[in-house]
Design a protein around this ligand. Structure first.
Ligand code: CMC
Length: 447
């Protein structure tokens, strides 16, 4: 089958920022000229600092969807959407995918540096010993109907953690902040697996301490009380890699939500729970579930042309799920890694999924179609991940939950960074009011 050409992974030269010429820009508002400083990032686009604009001119700025607005300064993750570059703390995603593991990446995102051997062991040990959930959480989960979506259960149970750990929520204390981050990384897989087992009527499995992060999650998901689970290293490796690829993506919608909630001084469990709900939407992390449903609906490779035609038809709300990205106007580097992995994993597991052929045909058709080329719409991280999750026997409703497990590392890294940011203020956008001018109340008889 045809493979589509992808750009090479980034080198240092790829990542060097472009023009650094301007130190300020001058905005003229009527007869007033306001000099606005231009901020210089280490990589990426320069930013006009408009924080003085309203004071000096009375004007607000409007940027629906934040297409041109930086909401914070951050040293966690860098994306060059035109070149298809993604760096976690400076390390290209391709290198981390090849050499690292999810827990090491979580450490890197949280702490800024890769751990020494000893630091990694201590981190792994600490995460392992925080994986248990409070026994009462079982009662809490039992309040849900058996067919509740696991994202609803995950969001609610993560928010409820603040009620179990309210004695360690002093946000002024760096140790309590760090502990909350560790607890979230440790407990989200436990809560996720519990939500799944509840939905299928299986007893909740306690986390094992004698296995690694990913194996533990697989045990909690799939081990029967009556027989040990035979671990397949291909499955564990694939899942670990997917968690790495999902771990962070700078100021995406869910991370921005975590930061917005965090900016109010709300606790980290409440902030991350809000991030989970933002991730659920099909324009964001919910796309992986939507991709598989779409591929199922398309069904066979000969129906691909009809699907592409529908996606281009502006009177039809149908979009190609797993295609397009706000930032990437080139191959999403994660999609490239996942596509290669999909072939490998399906081959190693001996899975022959006809949906893979549909996906490849769809990708091929879209990439040569003028509509998609003109708009620079490429496959994103969610396009192939569902096919792998399916081959790993992860149920479709759990796909976005899997994304949330990986992204928890990024959410806590951003939350920790925000808490010590000297420029952090409550996030409070302005608006363009389009409602009525002032008017007088009328009694019911006069309306
Ligand atoms: N299928 C068909 N047309 C599309 C698609 C698509 N998947 N994505 C964008 N377009 C069109 C869109 O209609 C618009 O056309 P026009 O210029 O004629 O109005 C143009 O491309 C630009 O799209 P946009 O909606 O203005 O772009 P955006 O940056 O606001 O949205 C997106 C980005 C990811 C929400 C969008 O591409 C989309 O809905 N994709 C499908 C859902 C998806 O796969 N989401 C996962 C994103 S990656 C995982 C993550 O980080 O969350």
């Amino acid at each position: 089958m045809r493979q589509v050409a992808c750009p090479a992974p980034p080198t240092k030269e790829h990542a060097v920022s472009d023009s650094k010429a301007l130190d300020q820009v001058t905005l003229t508002a009527g007869d007033k000229a306001v000099a606005l400083p231009v901020l210089k990032p280490t990589l990426g686009n320069d930013c006009v600092d408009i924080s003085r604009l309203t004071k000096e001119t009375g004007l607000f700025t409007y940027d629906s969807g934040f297409t041109a607005t930086a909401s914070c300064k951050s040293a966690v993750t860098y994306i060059d959407g035109d070149k298809g570059v993604l760096l976690y703390r400076g390390y290209p995603i391709e290198q981390l995918a090849e050499h690292s593991n999810f827990l090491e990446v979580a450490y890197l995102l949280m702490n800024g540096e890769l751990p020494s051997k000893e630091a990694f062991s201590a981190f792994e040990n600490e995460v392992t010993h925080h994986t248990m959930m409070h026994e009462k959480l079982k009662n809490f989960l039992q309040g849900f109907n058996y067919d509740a979506h696991p994202m609803a259960m995950l969001a609610a149970s993560v928010a409820s953690l603040s009620a179990f750990y309210h004695d360690t929520l002093d946000l002024e204390d760096p140790e309590q902040r760090r502990l909350a981050a560790i607890r979230l990384i440790a407990k989200v897989p436990t809560l996720a697996a519990a939500a799944y087992r509840y939905s299928i009527g299986w007893p909740i499995r306690y986390p094992r301490n004698n296995v690694g992060y990913v194996d533990r999650f697989l045990h909690m998901m799939f081990e029967l009380p009556s027989e040990p689970l035979e671990m397949n290293p291909v499955v564990a490796k694939a899942l670990d890699l997917l968690f790495i690829l999902h771990a962070d993506h700078e100021q995406n919608a869910s991370t921005s939500t975590v930061r917005l909630v965090g900016s109010t001084g709300a606790n980290p469990y409440a902030s991350v729970a809000a991030g989970i709900t933002a991730l659920w939407g099909p324009a964001h992390g919910g796309a992986n579930e939507a991709v598989l449903k779409m591929l199922d609906e398309i069904g066979t490779a000969d129906k691909v042309e009809t699907a592409v035609a529908r996606a281009k038809d502006k009177s039809d709300p149908f979009r190609l799920m797993g295609f397009g990205h706000r930032v990437y106007k080139n191959f999403d580097p994660r999609a490239k890694i996942i596509r290669e992995m999909t072939h490998k994993v399906l081959g190693e597991l001996g899975v022959d999924d006809p949906l893979l052929e549909v996906a490849m045909k769809l990708e091929e058709a879209a990439l040569k179609d003028e509509y998609f080329v003109e708009r620079k719409l490429y496959p994103n991280v969610d396009f192939y991940s569902g096919i792998i999750y399916k081959a790993l026997k992860i149920p479709t409703e759990m796909f976005t939950v899997m994304f949330a497990i990986g992204r928890t590392a990024g959410w806590v890294a951003h939350w920790l960074e925000q808490q010590v940011d000297p420029e952090m203020k409550i996030g409070r956008p302005r608006q363009i009011y389009t409602g009525y001018d002032v008017r007088d109340y009328k009694g019911a008889g006069d309306r």
